[in-house]
Design a protein around this ligand. Structure first.
Ligand SMILES: *Cc1c(COP(=O)(O)O)cnc(C)c1O
Length: 353
């Protein structure tokens, strides 16, 4: 017996999700918030962690953390919240829940790679609908694919990763109305886009809104959440492994969300730096940046491999998307860092185009 005989073909065909070694680099590859928390808040967190009973299992329902999320994210009492170990875990729960034989997950292309990967984990068929060449929604193609494939689950990242744009809201609502199954709107970048379909939950009973604290500045904690009608989340919650959100994440996330103003201020700095970075990229000959509502910018260069490797040699790590999807040929993605990091990136970029 060897893996070829036992492991499913589609799993053996997968390439593992690759995380490059980043020690020593200016790290602009993973949409992390570059700013640390204020010293006083860090000291308070140290105290909270010191006094957490890690010999005990965490609160399985994370009651206090959920209450804090409701308050800071403006989630009304009519909606339920499901917490995940990152939103990746929630995507997995959603896929498992609908994984009947023949069921289909529909996503847009190019978009977040985990939708496709996790559909494969769960034994689902994945259908990707191409975006327009400028990365807007292809309304007709998307509605036609929904009619043809009758997907159990549709994932839409809003704003989209890796393209950075928000889709047209009216088209998004048409998709919600046309979809026969669940539509998950993934608002991982909400703090940078400040547009949400959360207020639409009451109008579309098949809508679930997903968010994460990762891009907000807490990537190391791993906390994502899904908001929607109780009837949906009651079923999805059955697939959640007990204690999926650990005690330290619960206590630290609750405290940091209590200082939401700090995170909001950091996000405002990042939004401002995004504008400056975009204008600087636009001014470089041969570089074509795409407008972004997130904390990263996708841009096209004449030779992506050369530029990516050149930046890496100069100690700057960004994301090479050249071979990720045919529509991303020549594309790189840079996370918006501190003004100093962005300056170093721009300076190096000019030397390796
Ligand atoms: C980064 C990202 C996520 C993953 O978030 P985690 O909560 O860290 O698992 C989900 N969706 C999109 C679109 C992302 O870009």
């Amino acid at each position: 017996m060897n893996p070829d005989q036992l492991i499913r073909d589609e799993i053996r065909a997968l390439t593992p999700y690759h995380v490059p070694e980043a020690t020593g680099y200016v790290k602009l590859d993973a949409m992390e918030n570059p700013y640390p928390l204020p010293e006083a808040l860090r000291a308070e967190i140290a105290q909270l962690v010191a006094h957490t009973d890690i010999n005990r299992y965490p609160d399985a329902e994370a009651v206090r953390l959920k209450a804090r999320l409701r308050q800071t994210m403006g989630i009304g009492p009519e909606w339920d919240i499901l917490l995940g170990n990152g939103s990746d875990e929630l995507i997995q729960i959603l896929a498992f829940a609908v994984a009947r034989p023949g069921a289909i997950v529909l996503g847009l292309e190019p978009s977040f790679v985990m939708y496709r990967m996790i559909a494969t984990f769960a034994g689902l068929r994945y259908v990707g609908v191409p975006l327009k060449p400028d990365f807007r929604l292809d309304r007709e193609a998307t509605l036609a694919a929904i009619r043809t494939h009758q997907p159990a689950l549709v994932f839409i990242a809003y704003p989209n990763n890796p393209t950075g744009n928000l889709f047209d809201e009216a088209t998004l609502l048409e998709i919600l109305a046309a979809a026969p199954g669940l539509v998950v709107v993934d608002e991982a970048y909400h703090v940078f886009a400040r547009k949400s379909v959360l207020p639409r939950l009451a109008d579309y009973p098949n809508l679930l809104v997903m968010r994460t604290l990762s891009k907000l500045g807490l990537a190391g904690l791993r906390l994502g959440f899904l908001v929607g009608a109780r009837a949906w989340l009651a079923e999805l919650g059955k697939l959640r492994l007990p204690y999926n959100v650990n005690a330290l994440t619960q206590v630290v996330a609750e405290r940091v969300l209590g200082a939401m103003a700090v995170l909001e201020e950091q996000a405002a700095c990042i939004r401002e730096a995004r504008g400056e970075l975009f204008r600087a990229l636009k001014a470089l000959p041969g570089v074509e940046p795409y407008p972004s509502d997130a904390n990263f910018i996708l841009f096209r260069v004449p030779d992506a491999e050369r530029t990516f490797e050149g930046l890496k040699r100069q100690g700057i790590l960004i994301k090479n998307l050249n071979r990720a999807h045919p529509m991303l040929a020549g594309c790189l993605r840079v996370t918006v860092g501190t003004p100093e990091e962005n300056g170093r990136f721009l300076h190096s970029l000019a030397t390796c185009l």
